[in-house]
Design a protein around this ligand. Structure first.
Ligand code: HEM
Length: 259
């Protein structure tokens, strides 16, 4: 490090590394999570059982779920958002990528990042248990479809979700393209055009999955969904009790197990 560099602020000195980590975090784990999350939600189109099965699978992680969420979703997302805001405030210049990007897309990438930020906070407060101290946290993992449907029924909330979802999906899909430039994956104009089509396809697919889930929840009969979910919950508890009893019998001393 030269004497001149050592006088620069931390962000300016480590700009290259921070920008690479920011870009990578947008793809994995945050972008990968977004894809899995939207596809999981779209399973509501297959009925209450189909969505509940997937939610149960996620919650079968038990006590590991919270540290996994923080390590692979919340912290990387906060890091990406914090650096994103710094870039927007021009604390960090964008490293040489945007000679190629149209002005509109460049501005939209930043605008949708900020909309995604507000939307994700509202969404977490409304449905995730982290929102409970603030009067939110309304998603019940044992009643996945009915609780989500109940909370997405009003027109303002539905509109908020449509705008938030489309902004987040645009941000990710367009971000895939700019990411390829950041990492030097597509350098010729022809390769950039091909990559552009891939980004559009990813965006359309994810928008369809997300809008499908929002639309699917509007059509749910909440009473029927609760019946299906209660039945699944009873069966799961019965299975748990049976497994518990089998384990206790197997572990019990032979004399105690005999009549
Ligand atoms: C689901 C959430 C998000 C995902 C999946 C995501 C993903 C991405 C990806 C893949 C990129 C491209 C990186 C590159 O060009 O190398 C990107 C860029 C960007 N993101 Fe995000 N992002 C998310 C949320 C946010 C939030 C909340 C902000 C806060 C403002 C933000 C701000 C930005 C900015 C400013 C850029 C453009 C950087 C530049 O111009 O060089 N992102 N994002």
């Amino acid at each position: 490090m030269t004497a001149n560099e050592s006088h620069q602020p931390f962000l300016a000195r480590h700009q290259f590394l921070i920008y690479r980590l920011f870009s990578l975090a947008g793809l994995v784990p945050v972008g990968a999570f977004l894809v899995v999350h939207l596809l999981t939600n779209a399973s509501v189109l297959g009925g209450a059982k189909s969505f509940q099965d997937r939610v149960d699978l996620i919650h079968s992680l038990g006590p590991l779920l919270v540290p996994i969420e923080w390590a692979f979703i919340f912290l990387p997302m906060l890091f990406h958002a914090a650096v994103g805001f710094l870039i927007i405030a021009s604390g960090l210049p964008n490293v040489g990528s945007y000679a190629y990007v149209g002005n509109v897309r460049y501005a939209m990438q930043r605008a949708t990042g900020m909309i995604a930020f507000v939307f994700i906070i509202a969404h977490v407060l409304q449905l995730h248990w982290l929102g409970r101290p603030f009067g939110g946290g309304h998603f019940d993992p044992h009643h996945a479809t009915s609780s989500a449907a109940e909370n997405l029924r009003s027109l303002p909330v539905t509109l908020l979700y449509v705008v938030g979802l489309l902004s987040t999906v645009f941000h990710f899909a367009n971000g895939l393209w700019t990411l390829g430039i950041t990492w030097g994956l597509w350098t010729s104009p022809a390769a950039m055009r091909r990559a552009n089509w891939i980004s559009v396809a990813v965006g359309v697919l994810l928008a369809a999955a997300g809008l499908g889930a929002i639309g699917g929840l509007q059509g749910v009969n909440i009473k029927d969904a609760v019946k299906v979910e209660d039945q699944m919950l009873r069966r799961a508890r019965l299975d748990d009790d049976t497994n518990h009893a089998t384990t206790s019998t197997a572990l019990a001393p032979v004399s105690a197990a005999q009549p």
